[in-house]
Design a protein around this ligand. Structure first.
Ligand code: FAD
Length: 825
């Protein structure tokens, strides 16, 4: 039996102990630096508002499970969750629109929610100022978590089940041997361990340092205050109930002023995100704290009244009942923020047996704990955790400066209305391809991903709009979908389909797997047979043991023992590197993304362009589809991959970074005679969707199997070697999917959606949109959506967009060139 040590007895650590015990784990020790009755971390003073619905399906489902779980924990007839419901009010027209979008997320993710009028808000919440509120979103299943109480009850219940708790015991080191953890150091000894999970909350950075693991979270103080008794709430017998059960009004959000509210018996609690960010260094708070009580604990700093002044004014405006009260008590409480607002979760890339579950809100705590327990027990979690993975961050995103700046920005923007494409304003230009200055010269509009500057369109192509044939003219868009968009995208799509375009592909992850054990490793991890002769590209899946999709990758065999991988995320690199280490046989995995660069040259005239600058054979025979070879282009050594995301003839041309600019210039120059343009990701995304190519993380993830996701063709049925997920997909291939990723086209040919909207059939929400784009070639908006398996091609559905229903039809895919005539010639 494996020995588990959990660091931290907050809401996450105790839930994890509980989830492990319920799965039969026997040897669990929880080590907590503070006293067990009140450890003194963020949980000890969390007001515990649980608003479940977010744009993220993962986070919403983690929250939904937390609600279920907390409802099941009780003692002496009193529970740990007060389901008072949640009310978010709008005081501006923009927020009212945003709440419609949020209502859509709730429908997409299966949370019961209702948009309510101003009058209904007042009925539900009589203290609101009727002159301010325009409407609201009501979620009956939201409520108040009694986090500190739940923690105590979980300690009690798991102790009875045999979990050992070491209170007032700081972990001061992590012991390791041969790349694995062996135990934690505590004063006067060691607690041996095969698995260590750091649930140390905002101290996570300090624990990470013990093993050389950068943890991208920033502890920030956040203000919370309690008023004196509100006359309108006074005198109810609720005042004697435990904190959290002493409330009847819904939890309330006033996001237009960065505020949230809850009742504490007769008093109001007010939380505020509108103040300046106040970063804290956890180690400066001292590792242990003696004499922890309600008012003194390491995670609780002095209240700074002046920072709260605007909050107090705005609170009294929204809730006039507060005008007769004062601030009785307040504090600046510390918890974790991250660069993208998500948790930091999963296995360390550099140390076997070491896991983290940090930067987790009370709202998601039980969900996160269950996911980790499932991963430790069964190797996968039922809720996809890709967007929470510690390894999702790129190296540059782990630097302290980056984490500090972006996490503070996250704090500032926490309640802002953010467009899904809205870029960070800073830090920018962290990673630029060698083509960057040329792209800027062409007026590129850049958006950022993973630190990379990626052109979305080029203003230099604006003139093409005048010569665009009538059937390619872009349709008018509504004000939301026209943000971070330009009609120039239509012109770039047109050029790609009818002439030729060059796309900067540098930001895609590329790494090399080399050595005598490389083939064996990749055969074991992927669904394809990659033992083909050198010069062949295979498009394959990485699966988990249950057949869930971990990623789709391109494996190009460059030499007998050298493979290049084209991957989706840094997590793919971390996974393959870890498996390479485990295999023991000689395999080296090397990230070559930054040392190389890549241009996608695609379109019916691509061959004319490349022939003008290379004497290598680029005929259909000279380099067949899904073939790769070295070639000299304008004197530059390159590796050329014949594949295309946009569905046109052409190649990805890769070279070493120092030749990049020269390669760009050569292609751009040669292309002039053939109508070539530089094209951006706007066109790319639209063209790839017309071809039905899925994007991992958006269209599919670990929750989906290959057959329902429509990528069953990436499984080589005749592959006899064992690989991860083989027995699962053998079984799944015989079942008919209960849900499917489907291609929808919008009937009116013009109404855009952006992704994550709910899809309705006969008035019932039955699925949700993943990717969407305007299909310029097919002259209709396209949306991919997860839908029940029994809905077939031709079936009509409705997509809800800002409360409006848009008719769409399930359509056979791919929409463009299903016979592959364009790419195979
Ligand atoms: P913690 O509760 O901090 O637990 C970590 C534990 O690890 C601590 O007890 C610590 O002592 C221990 N530890 C650390 N280092 C060591 C070591 N070296 N050795 C041994 N033990 C160690 N969330 C919501 O969902 N809703 C809200 O309304 C909400 N409001 C909030 C309001 C405020 C003012 C604050 C500060 C936070 C709020 N949060 C809210 C956030 C929430 O409180 C936290 O995200 C959550 O409690 C974190 O739980 P945890 O178990 O990860 O961390």
């Amino acid at each position: 039996t494996q020995r588990v040590v959990i660091i931290g007895a907050g809401i996450v650590g105790t839930n994890l102990a509980d989830e492990l015990v319920s799965r039969g784990w026997k040897d669990i020790t929880v080590v907590e630096q503070g006293p067990l009755h009140m450890p003194g971390g963020s949980t000890s003073h969390a007001p515990g508002l649980v608003f479940q619905t977010t744009p993220s399906k993962t986070m919403t489902h983690l929250a939904r499970y937390t609600v279920q779980k907390l409802q099941s924990i009780e003692k002496d007839g009193q529970g740990c969750f007060n389901q008072v419901g949640g009310l978010e009010v709008a005081t501006t027209p923009a927020r009212l629109e945003d709440l419609k979008r949020k209502h859509g997320y709730a429908s997409s993710w299966g949370i019961d929610a209702r948009l309510v009028s101003a009058e209904e808000c007042l009925e539900m919440y009589p203290h609101l100022n009727k002159d301010m509120v325009l409407g609201g979103l009501h979620i009956p299943s939201d409520g108040l978590a009694l986090a500190a109480r739940a923690t105590q009850l979980l300690i009690e219940r798991t102790s009875k089940a045999g979990v050992r708790y070491l209170g007032s015991t700081p972990v001061t080191g992590i012991e390791r041997a041969n790349g694995r953890v062996t135990g934690v150091t505590i004063p006067g000894g060691t607690v041996p361990a095969d698995i260590i999970v750091s649930c140390a909350g905002f101290w996570g950075v300090e624990i990470g340092k013990m093993v050389g693991l950068p943890i991208p979270l920033l502890p920030l103080a956040h203000q919370y205050a309690k008023t004196t008794t509100v006359p309108a709430l006074a005198g109810r017998d609720l005042n004697n109930k435990p904190n959290g059960l002493n409330a009847t009004l819904p939890i309330l959000r006033h996001q237009d002023q960065d505020l949230y509210f809850r009742e504490h018996g007769g008093q109001y609690g007010i939380g505020y995100y509108g103040h300046r960010p106040m970063p804290v260094v956890a180690s400066s708070l001292g590792l242990t704290s003696q004499n922890v009580d309600e008012k003194n604990m390491p995670s609780r700093l002095e209240f700074t009244t002046e920072d709260f002044a605007p909050a107090w004014t705005e609170s009294q405006k929204l809730l006039p009942a507060l005008r007769s009260t004062q601030i009785e008590d307040g504090f600046n409480g510390i918890f974790s923020f991250t660069p993208d607002g998500g948790p930091v979760f999963g296995q360390a890339p550099n140390l076997d047996g070491f896991y983290v579950a940090e930067a987790v809100w009370v709202t998601h705590s039980a969900g996160v704990a269950r996911a980790l327990a499932e991963i430790l027990t069964e190797g996968r979690s039922q809720i996809d955790m890709t967007e929470c993975e510690l390894t999702r961050f790129e190296e540059i995103q782990l630097s302290h400066d980056y984490v500090s700046e972006t996490s503070q920005q996250n704090f500032v923007e926490i309640y802002d209305i953010l467009h899904p494409l809205q870029p960070k304003e800073s830090p920018r230009t962290l990673r630029t391809s060698p083509f960057y200055s040329r792209e800027k010269d062409l007026g590129a509009y850049f958006l950022e991903l993973g630190g990379w500057e990626r052109p979305f369109w080029y203003e230099a192509n604006a003139g093409l709009l005048n010569s665009l044939p009538a059937e390619w003219k872009p349709v008018e868009r509504d004000s939301w979908s026209s943000q971070f968009y330009s009609p120039i995208v239509a012109a770039e799509a047109w050029k790609t389909r009818n002439a030729v375009a060059m796309f900067d592909m540098t930001s895609f992850h590329r790494f090399e797997v080399a050595g005598s054990g490389a083939l064996q490793l990749l055969q074991r991890l992927t669904t394809g047979d990659i033992a083909a002769y050198p010069g062949t590209i295979s498009w394959v899946l990485l699966l988990n043991d249950q057949g869930g999709i971990r990623s789709d990758i391109f494996v190009s065999r460059l030499e007998e023992n050298v493979f290049q991988i084209g991957a989706n995320t840094a997590t793919d690199l971390a996974y393959i590197s870890r498996e390479a280490r485990r295999q023991g046989q000689w395999v080296q995995v090397r990230d070559i993304t930054g040392s190389t660069c890549c241009i996608g040259l695609w379109g019916p005239r691509a061959r004319d362009v490349i022939r003008a600058i290379s004497s290598d054979d680029f005929s259909n025979k000279g380099l067949r589809y899904f073939g790769v070879k070295n070639a000299i282009i304008n004197g530059i050594p390159t590796t050329v991959f014949r594949k295309s995301y946009v569905g046109e003839l052409g190649w990805e041309i890769q070279t070493s970074a120092e030749y990049g600019q020269r390669l760009w210039d050569a292609i751009f120059q040669a292309g002039k005679n053939h109508g070539l343009v530089a094209a951006g990701r706007g066109a790319f995304n639209a063209l790839r969707l017309e071809k039905g190519y899925r994007t991992y993380g958006i269209d599919m993830n670990t929750e989906h199997n290959p057959y329902e996701a429509g990528v069953g063709h990436m499984i080589r049925a005749s592959k006899w070697e064992e690989y991860v997920g083989k027995s699962a997909v053998d079984r799944l291939s015989k079942q008919s999917p209960v849900r499917r990723l489907r291609c929808l086209t919008v009937d009116d040919g013009r109404s855009m959606v952006l992704g994550k909207e709910p899809v309705f059939k006969n008035g019932k929400a039955v699925g949700y949109v993943t990717s969407s784009a305007f299909g310029y070639t097919v002259r209709k908006p396209i949306a991919y959506a997860w839908l029940p398996g029994n809905l077939g091609e031709g079936a009509g559905v409705e997509i809800e967009y800002f409360g409006r229903r848009i008719a769409a039809t399930i359509t056979a895919e791919p929409l463009y060139d299903p016979e592959m005539k364009k790419m195979l010639t």
